[in-house]
Write a protein of this length. Structure first.
Lengths: 436, 276
């Protein structure tokens, strides 16, 4: 009897405990994100969110390309592994159009959706509905060495032309002392050299497609873009430029080997950080160059938080997004780590804040973001949305292949003409196969 | 009689072996050294080899940011589980093909190996959908099964080759001495096969430990092993090489230590047959 009784007691006890656990257990949301400085910082403050809301947060942090493959697999198969995904401006309109994301059209009044920078909100929407909330936004700009410019007897205008940048780069180059006038992306990839080259081509009046989706690499504007880029890097760039991406150029710049570097505005906080950068106090900023045709060569990007359709924790996910991309979070980071470390480029109110206006790269970042127009990125009209990409599913594959051809041209393995001819063929074939 | 080797020749071959060994080990050594540098020292040009201020800061940051023990436990369970399951299935398969071969044995072996030639990404979506249906996404059970399936052809091949080295006469002699099938397997074959099974298990454990495609694509927060731990420190926008190196060192340390202690077993199993 005692055995049966103790068995019964145990069973009742377990049942009671399980019931209790199910009542008191906090909701847990799983967030997939990238290993970028601002994201890592946010993870550090997650405890505050849990304390405020009782919602636990599980982080899945992955390298950018791994993350992209991982979340794409999950959302296309409705795997339901994540309650929030960190995605960019490229994926958001495509996934929004497919109905794969929860529309963020019912965020609270306190969140103040209207405060999101219009360029960011536009790039993260589909047909006027916001599908992802920007955590931080970025554009690209020129970072230059003030001391080297002075030594060359030059003064950087706030909004230089490509012609001026070419002259300045050649004037600053001193190969004997391993000083290279300009460092630019050369590593192949749609988010690597093609992000830079597509943005640059806008200033030269080039475009990926005409209004009938015909590839345009046989145009004079593309020939001018690629010839200028290859000549400039051959004459004033570091050796092996065709292997350099963001990190390689950041490393070169921080070691004082680049006169100029045109890349993501988020790099400004790295190159001005005296702990990592040998030239932290000698860096100036200017808008990305133009050619007098209207568009500048800067891009527009945002890392944003989106909720995959079908998640079981939609309400909790929205709560987190409001917390992480809201005004209070910016103040939380500013109070603990200073204004230079708050996530930039997402909210208008941040740039109206006098404390933030004192940050050296704040104004140039905002001006760069405001000067990019994803709906009308280049001189002639285009059928796609995006400054440094075309927001169609086929783009990443095509641009990666085209990027390999352009990288090979930079490495001297083929001529610019040959690279452009191959790019035209690759793009035409892929678009025809996709039914455009 | 063994051929005499001149001291010069011995010196040369030893030197060459050390050079090749160091060359192969250098990337691991460099990773370990980088993990003790600051981020600025990690990217210094020219590279700093040993002359830097050694710091444990990267390990402290990694420890604070990630739940290393959870990743480690997942790696141990997934690699260990898939190895055990693989051997349990592979031993009878290899045994039958080695000792009771049929006309099609060679074809079956080749067919099994051919499954290794398919690029993994080609079956990602079907596999993902199956995992969703079976509720296996982000579970250790799911990964144990997948990694077992991936490595099974290699395990069977290794064991088959190993068993083929065991002369049938030994088994015959055992039978003539009155051993039944059970005694024959337990007391004659198994003792001879143990080194082969052990080295196969060891190699399979290492392969499963290092597998980075399925472990990254089929896990999220719960079942992610050390490969995901490393991937979380890789960043295309930001120089975190020292922290990445610290994470990598922590991820490979257990398998390096295991390899170090079992290297004799591993080398013997891979280079010699059972009774050669």
């Amino acid at each position: 009897m005692s055995f049966k009784r103790s068995l019964l007691n145990t069973a009742v006890g377990i049942g009671f405990a399980a019931g209790l656990a199910s009542v008191t257990a906090a909701e847990t949301i799983t967030i997939a994100t990238v290993n970028n400085g601002d994201m890592i910082r946010m993870q550090g403050y997650t405890n505050q969110f849990t304390a405020e809301t009782g919602i636990d947060v599980e982080w899945v942090t992955l390298e950018e390309n791994v993350l992209r493959q991982r979340v794409t697999t999950d959302i296309t198969t409705k795997g339901g592994q994540f309650d929030i995904m960190t995605i960019g401006m490229y994926e958001t309109p495509i996934w929004g159009a497919q109905g794969w994301l929860v529309p963020l059209d019912d965020l609270s009044a306190e969140y103040d959706v209207a405060d999101i920078l219009p360029a960011m909100a536009g790039g993260l929407s589909y047909e006027g509905t916001l599908y992802a909330a920007p955590f931080y936004g970025e554009s690209s700009m020129i970072m230059y060495r003030t001391d080297l410019m002075e030594a060359a007897g030059l003064e950087m205008p706030d909004a230089p032309t490509w012609e001026y940048i070419g002259q300045a780069a050649r004037a600053m180059t001193d190969r004997d002392n391993e000083i290279y006038g300009i460092c630019l992306r050369g590593k192949a990839g749609w988010g690597e050299n093609m992000a830079f080259l597509t943005a640059t081509s806008n200033a030269f009046g080039a475009r990926w497609f005409d209004e009938e989706w015909n590839a345009q690499f046989d145009s004079e504007a593309w020939a001018n873009t690629l010839n200028f880029y290859v000549d400039l890097l051959n004459e004033a760039g570091p050796p092996g430029a065709s292997n350099n991406g963001f990190n390689e150029n950041l490393s070169l710049f921080q070691q004082g080997k680049c006169g100029m570097w045109i890349d993501a505005t988020v790099a400004a906080s790295f190159v001005t950080n005296p702990n990592d950068s040998a030239v932290a106090d000698k860096v100036g900023f200017a808008l990305a160059p133009d050619n007098g045709l209207g568009p500048r060569s800067n891009w527009l990007w945002a890392w944003a938080l989106a909720i995959p359709a079908g998640t079981n924790n939609e309400a909790e996910a929205k709560q987190f997004i409001e917390w992480a991309t809201g005004k209070a979070y910016i103040e939380l980071v500013a109070a603990n780590e200073g204004w230079a470390n708050v996530p930039p480029g997402a909210r208008t109110s941040l740039y109206e804040n006098p404390n933030y206006q004192a940050v050296p790269f704040a104004k140039m970042t905002l001006d760069s973001i405001l000067s990019a127009n994803p709906l009308n990125p280049t001189v002639d009209p285009v059928p796609y949305v995006g400054v440094q990409f075309a927001a169609i599913p086929e783009f990443s594959g095509i641009a990666t292949e085209v990027g390999q051809e352009f990288s090979a041209a930079l490495a001297g393995q083929q001529t610019v003409e040959a690279a452009l001819a191959k790019a035209q063929a690759i793009t035409t074939d892929a678009m025809e196969a996709a039914g455009y | 009689m063994a051929r005499a080797i001149s001291p010069q020749r011995k010196f040369l071959t030893t030197g060459a072996a050390w050079a090749v060994g160091l060359l192969i080990f250098f990337p691991i050594l460099w990773t370990i050294l980088t993990s003790f540098k600051t981020e600025a020292q990690a990217i210094a040009s020219p590279p700093i080899f040993l002359n830097f201020d050694w710091t444990l800061e990267n390990y402290a940051v990694v420890q604070e940011r990630s739940n290393y023990v959870r990743f480690l436990m997942n790696s141990i369970i997934i690699a260990g589980g898939s190895t055990l399951l693989g051997v349990i299935i592979a031993v009878p398969a290899a045994w039958s093909m080695a000792f009771v071969p049929s006309k099609r044995t060679k074809d079956i072996l080749l067919w099994m190996l051919s499954t290794k030639m398919l690029p993994a990404v080609g079956v990602l979506y079907p596999m993902y959908l199956i995992f969703i249906k079976l509720g296996l996404l982000d579970t250790r059970t799911g990964l144990v099964v997948v990694l077992m399936l991936i490595n099974l052809p290699i395990i069977i091949w290794m064991l088959y080759t190993y068993f083929k080295e065991i002369p049938g006469e030994i088994l015959e002699a055992a039978r003539m001495d009155g051993a039944n099938l059970r005694s024959e397997i337990l007391y004659v074959l198994t003792p001879m096969a143990i080194p082969g099974i052990a080295s196969t298990m060891l190699l399979n454990f290492i392969l499963a430990w290092n597998e980075a495609f399925w472990t990254l694509n089929l896990t999220a927060a719960q079942a992610a092993p050390l490969t995901a731990f490393i991937a979380s420190y890789s960043s295309p926008e930001g120089l975190f090489y020292a922290k990445l190196s610290a994470a990598s060192t922590m991820a490979i340390a257990p398998i390096l230590i295991l390899g170090w202690f079992s290297q004799k077993q591993l080398v013997r199993g891979l280079t010699f047959g059972a009774v050669k």
